[in-house]
Write a protein that binds this ligand. Structure first.
Ligand code: ZN
Ligand code: ZN
Length: 396
């Protein structure tokens, strides 16, 4: 994540020569007015590559605007320059109109092309951070904003190392109470009752980041509920805490009413803090906290999908054992087979033989470890999701 400037030729340069071109020495405000490039001198610049047709950009836009306005309020010298990848002038104007910062004029195709090439932009949204003198500071601005918010400013390698060190210290001194208690609240909610967080110290805890309106969450939650029920019958030392990513309190209540476990009270601020702390990139996510209050794994969702309740207690030793068992079992799996749901033959792959993490094309859940993959079109499924076509052509 900390990708400081390298010795590439994009590492240096003078800010105004980067932001202006031939006869253009101005940028465009959201309302269409000209803003002199000189006005940005002395500031740290975020070059923001994005487009209105891409939902990820719209989402990042909101976050970046929040950070931008906060830094403005603090008087930090930070400016954002939008480099549009929109398809036409009207999409550009519409999208730029939702932003509080300036843009390279849409018609200046040459400048936009130059900036894309200079910083090797491969996908959007992308945020490249330049120092006040035009030096390249960071290419992974999107991640830094997601992870640290306005605290990332001024985005220098020194600042980022400080944040990494702080974060490490926070994680090293992590306790369940520190994680779950915010602003003096020392309880969690058990369907109407307040229960002290201290009741759960010493247990293995799953923090479930989820939201009602998102279908993958509903799907995972129902699977997790049956596993939870089985686990609770055998182990009293396990609990799940719902951390709501719902848009409003009524969705939260609706969502929680269908869950058999406990929850944090609805509070977007603490959800944001926790998401940032664990660097949650998508939901549903399941973070497992060990009995000592330290994080065991952030891969709870994958582990549940792969091993079901056998994953408990999610310790390194347990997972190693399960991996070994699975590798042993895999020796008897067919190297290739025909699956009812795909017209090409599928090959057995493991993490070390081209498998890696994937989304199962059958059940649409994440997976890793052993899987069946089509080498021709990348179709990949869990072993458990295979419906084999038998030799004689009938369905298995
Ligand atoms: Zn599957
Ligand atoms: Zn195929």
């Amino acid at each position: 994540m900390n990708s400081a400037a390298s010795s590439s030729d994009a590492s240096g340069g003078n800010l105004s020569s980067i932001l202006s071109s031939g006869n253009r020495d101005f940028l465009i405000s959201p309302s269409g007015d000209k803003v002199s490039v000189e006005e940005l001198e002395g500031k740290t610049i975020g070059l923001y590559f994005g487009a209105n047709w891409y939902a990820k950009c719209e989402k990042f836009n909101l976050l970046l605007a929040e950070v931008y306005l906060k830094l403005k309020e603090q008087g930090a010298g930070f400016e954002v320059v939008f480099v549009s990848c929109d398809e036409d002038q009207s999409s550009f104007e519409q999208f730029h109109g939702t932003m509080p910062w300036v843009a390279i004029p849409f018609a200046d195709l040459q400048s936009k092309k130059f900036l894309n090439q200079r910083y090797g932009i491969e996908g959007i949204p992308s945020l490249v951070i330049l120092s006040p003198t035009g030096q390249l500071l960071q290419t992974e601005g999107v991640e830094l904003i997601h992870h640290y918010g306005s605290r990332a400013f001024p985005f220098t390698p020194t600042r980022i190392s400080e944040l990494v060190a702080e974060e490490k210290a926070d994680h090293d001194s992590q306790t369940l109470e520190k994680l779950l208690a915010t602003t003096g609240r020392d309880f969690v909610i058990d369907h109407g009752k307040e229960v002290p967080i201290s009741n759960f110290v010493g247990k293995t805890i799953g923090l479930l980041f989820s939201a009602q309106s998102y279908p993958p969450c509903a799907k995972f939650t129902s699977r997790l509920a049956s596993i939870y029920k089985n686990l609770k019958e055998k182990h009293d030392r396990f609990e799940i805490v719902f951390v709501s990513v719902d848009k409003d309190e009524s969705s939260y209540s609706q969502c929680f009413s269908e869950m058999p476990w406990i929850a944090l009270p609805y509070n977007m601020e603490s959800t944001k803090l926790l998401s940032r702390y664990f660097n949650i990139q998508g939901i549903p996510a399941l973070v497992i906290i060990g009995p000592d209050g330290k994080t065991l794994t952030k891969e709870g969702r994958n582990l549940i999908n792969l091993y079901m309740e056998m994953a408990y207690p999610f310790t390194e030793e347990r997972l190693k054992l399960l991996r070994e068992k699975m590798d042993e079992e895999a020796k008897s799996y067919p190297r290739s087979l025909s699956h009812e749901g795909h017209r090409h033959a599928l090959n057995l792959v493991s993490e070390n033989s081209g498998g890696g993490p994937y989304i199962c094309c059958e059940c649409e859940e994440q997976g890793f470890g052993w899987a069946y993959q089509c080498l021709r079109c990348g179709y990949e499924i869990h072993r458990k999701c295979v419906r084999e076509v038998e030799e004689n052509g009938s369905l298995g």
